[in-house]
Design a protein around this ligand. Structure first.
Ligand SMILES: NC(=O)c1ccc[n+]([C@@H]2O[C@H](COP(=O)([O-])OP(=O)(O)OC[C@H]3O[C@@H](n4cnc5c(N)ncnc54)[C@H](O)[C@@H]3O)[C@@H](O)[C@H]2O)c1
Length: 335
């Protein structure tokens, strides 16, 4: 079978990783890139030797992709998704599916109406460390799951890059919310969240958020996310812990397995998600190969629209709780 013709929409940090990965996957053919930033589009086009566009309609007309991979910022997934779906183009959308339920539903409806594959890049499901943790829960090996704790802390570059356009919950927390929903396998009962403002206060967003989630089956989750760690720290500090009635699983989700020191600097190369030297191994390659297989066979993706929507619901509830600021104070109690 011929390789799947795919174009990348938005060639920033993640779009470039996808371009590199699709370029090297044997079942894919990178046919074009598009970015509203003309300079960035041109640079990526010449780097990957494919036509570059600043307009999506022109890309769809001239490059005729069978699928697009949407790597625009969190709040800008809806427009390209709907325009492409209407042309019968399959969709791989970076997480989160959307930042509002209205956008999420519009994308899902458009994909369903067009009969195209819609998959969302919740990459932890393709990270062997996290997939093994889910399997230990699903198999019953740790008994009945009762408690989940997820930490994800990023350098301040991430917090600054979006200039207040998205939140730490939408950008980082959504990864762990999807994992919690996958592992708890239950509807949500209640959510409580608090946030702290500091280095990113001028952008109007929280540096960090702590959220507790109770699921209807009694499982409890605690989310701990932060995107303002100082430059120079290990770029991704992450953990996922699951405790059940008969055992526990702990995932070290950091990118700290390899450390390179030159002079006074430390580098922590990515050996898990999109390992640069190959582009055909790692979680991103596994995820994107799964997408291609789903498009080719019509199989339902591991993270389709309705699955990804559940993480958007949970993020929405966390944002509502942050806004409501309902707290129980200790004022009336002797201590
Ligand atoms: N799976 C992961 O591990 C992971 C990691 C980082 C980012 N992401 C996700 O990838 C997406 C992109 O994040 P990023 O870090 O690459 O952001 P980025 O700011 O580095 O890149 C976004 C690019 O999209 C372009 N753009 C903006 N609006 C556009 C539009 N309407 N049409 C075309 N291009 C447009 C920008 O000019 C920019 O080049 C986000 O949804 C983010 O949450 C996922």
């Amino acid at each position: 079978m011929k390789p799947l013709r795919i174009a990348i929409i938005g060639v920033g940090v993640m779009g470039q990783r996808h371009a590199e990965t699709f370029r090297r996957l044997p079942d894919a053919q990178l046919v074009a890139v598009m970015d509203v930033d003309a300079h960035r589009a041109q640079e990526a086009g010449s780097h990957y030797s494919v036509p570059a566009f600043t307009d999506l309609t022109a890309l769809l007309d001239e490059a005729a992709p069978e699928a697009i991979c949407i790597c625009t910022p969190d709040w800008a997934h809806r427009a390209p998704a709907i325009a492409a779906a209407k042309r019968g183009v399959h969709l791989l959308i970076e997480k989160p599916l959307a930042t509002t339920l209205e956008d999420a539903d519009a994308i899902i409806t458009a994909a369903q109406a067009a009969g195209v594959t819609l998959m969302v890049g919740h990459i932890l499901r393709f990270d062997p460390r996290y997939a093994v943790a889910h399997a230990a829960v699903a198999s019953g090996d740790i008994g009945r799951l009762t408690y989940m704790y997820a930490r994800r802390h990023n350098l301040i570059d991430s917090g600054l890059r979006f200039r207040g356009g998205t939140t730490v919950v939408n950008f980082l927390g959504i990864h762990d919310l999807d994992m919690m929903l996958w592992c708890a396998d239950s509807p949500i009962e209640e959510v409580h969240a608090i946030g702290t403002r500091g280095a990113l206060a001028d952008l109007g967003v929280d540096d960090g958020v702590l959220a507790t989630i109770k699921f209807q089956n009694g499982v409890m989750g605690c989310l701990d996310v932060h995107w303002a760690m100082p430059p120079g720290a290990m770029p991704l500090d992450a953990e996922f812990k699951l405790i059940g009635t008969a055992g526990q699983v702990r995932v070290d989700g950091t990118l700290g397995a390899v450390q390179i020191n030159v002079g006074n600097t430390s580098q922590f190369p990515d050996t898990v998600y999109a390992p640069a030297p190959s582009g055909t191994i790692g979680a991103l390659a596994a995820q994107n190969a799964h997408f291609i297989q789903c498009v080719r066979t019509g199989k339902r993706p591991l993270v389709d629209g309705s699955t990804a929507r559940r993480a958007v619901v949970l993020a929405t509830l966390i944002h509502e709780s942050l806004g409501a600021r309902t707290v129980v104070r200790q004022d009336g109690l002797d201590q």
